[in-house]
Design a protein around this ligand. Sequence first.
Ligand code: SF4
Length: 392
Amino acid sequence: MAIKRRESKKIRVGSVEIGGNAPIAVQSMLVNDTRDVKTSIHQINRLADAGCEIIRLAVPDKEAADALTQIIPASPIPVISDIHFDYRLALQAADNGVHGLRINPGNIGRAEFTRAVVAKAKERDLPIRIGVNSGSVEKTVKEKYPDDLVTQLVESAKLNVRLLEAEDFDQMKISVKASDPMDAIAAYRKLASEVPYPLHLGVTEAGTLKRGIIKSSVALGILLSEGIGDTIRISLTADSIEEVFAGHEILKSLGLRKTGSDIVSCPACGRCEIDLHGLTGKVEGMVAKYDRIYGKSPLHVAVMGCFVNGPGECERADIGIAGGKGKFFVFKGEEKIARIETEAEALTFFEAELIKSYQGDTSLKNALHAKDIEEIEKPLDSDELIMEPVSG
Ligand code: SF4
């Protein structure tokens, strides 16, 4: 079922469009010291390779703002500077070539400081993200709506939207991040109905790898399924690569992006007689490698732990592998194209066929080896037959 997205104003962060009918962009943030230019460039490239489309860097001081002059020309993706407290750093970052500015209205200080940032953004043709956080809402807003975090987040955002609009500025996107997924959902829903600008979704301080991904998937899954959200960042206390991976998987699960191949694998059970986790890891590694090479033709790949559900799942996949009792089958769609005894040989064959699939070669004749044809035509052993429907 296709999701109908909320209509938002389209803006641009460097080469990436946000909002309108643009694909929902996956962002991340560097965790290293921005002043360490070499590490910053290395990390940005690593994240870009993993599918990060916009990167944000903390700019806590003048030295970090100066480092941008070396980092930005070396970045393959647009760079956003993250500014807290000192608006002058936003001005400097803009002059040093960033593609967008994120300011936290809760700590940027007086309205005139925000106006100065807007003037610079106009001069440099840059978008601004109004990044409201549950941990740092303005004192005045907090006092006006005590004990109502959702209203605080939304009102803080709207206050700043009005400030930017008063300067005749509309190149903005907004985030209202809360650490509680239900607060984040409520705040984004409310804001989505009240402003026309694109929304940057996230759950702040979501936590460690597993907890963070679960909280973010719940909140963002609900919002995105309602059509709300134009760009996302999954905040994790983990390697930022995981943030990018999680972001793309959430979008793929909702059918909102088709970046990268989809791998289905069974959870394994008592019927499994192979090292399914090891096999899936190896297939995942191959798919990640060839996704990078043949990025424009993502595949549906299946890895199954036995022949009960294996053939059925592989049938729906472009290519699949199922293993059991000293034999592995490689499938292309409904066709079993090879029956091979060892995992190593099966993976070698699978890799060659995977490459052909990426290249658009679905010809089974091309895939078959003479010896394989002979093997495949043997009737299945009784233990290979599907005896009963089992849920994988
Ligand atoms: Fe995997 Fe299902 Fe086979 Fe168990 S029965 S190994 S879960 S495919």
